[in-house]
Design a protein around this ligand. Sequence first.
Ligand code: ZN
Length: 220
Amino acid sequence: MDYNGRKLVPYIPPAEYDKVAYEFLEQFYPDALKNPMPVPIEEIARTGLGLDVRYVCLSEELDIYGMTIFTDGAVEVYDLDERLYDTRIFKAKTVLIDPEAVKKTNTGCKNNTIAHECVHWYKHRYYYKMQKLSLPRYANYCKCHVDQLPESKDEENIMESQAIGIAPRILMPKNTFIEAAEHLGISYGKDNRIAISTLADFYGVSKQSVEIRLEECSLL
Ligand SMILES: [Zn+2]
């Protein structure tokens, strides 16, 4: 993997997303590369990557679905009871998931969100750890917005696109996913709705996410 030396943003063209997902699974859950099986991504996040996954409300508008924290410090969260924003201190390697906001994402499911944050830690931690803080007490983090790329910086847009692209490929690794889809008789031009629903339940992802993955694998 080539790193941009100055900015530490990995160069991963979309054609290599499957390869990165393969390398991730080879390291943390190689069984999923041998036979079709659901990928226990929350367990991998906790025990494989050592991330502390927590469920908290992140915004009043439910427009932030996840955050990965790269250095110790304060982070703004939304207190549902008090109905106001509050800062709380978190340790590096904490992932915050807003369970309500997750439902509003394109591929709305918790597993996809955890996989997305895993990609940020797996590939982007060097970049975020090295970012200079604008406020000294605050943590370095990335904030993932519902259905929109961050406005701030080009490099963050690139990394967000990488996480969006790679996360479903970790949950539905190409070769064994194709095997499962073919086993269910999925093919172009057929009514595949029941099979798509079966795959979504099996992999613990949304039907929309399965459909996108089938298209990527040239099965739809
Ligand atoms: Zn993200």
